[in-house]
Design a protein around this ligand. Sequence first.
Ligand SMILES: [Zn+2]
Length: 105
Amino acid sequence: MKTDRLVRDFFGGFIKIHILYHAAQGPIYGLEMIEELRRHGYELSPGTLYPTLHALEEAGYLISERRVVRGRMRRYYRITDQGRRVLAVARARIRELTDEVLLDK
Ligand SMILES: [Zn+2]
């Protein structure tokens, strides 16, 4: 699936939930998330992912710090308490959504 308006506008929320979920497991960085999202079928360019990470940090759901890893500066993101609360709400909404959309009631 290409990075286009459909992905950004329609699946932007899914992508944010993936990011929050992985940031809750441990610190993440941009390129790692691009690969992880590719594994889930989302082709995101850095030009799409980085503004999303910044927006999540701006909103208070992630916090970042720069670290030098093997001579390279990397920005790592961790989830905040506020991010964990949003993720918990998202989980409940996902359950609600899948109960209706996938279980063919
Ligand atoms: Zn994932």
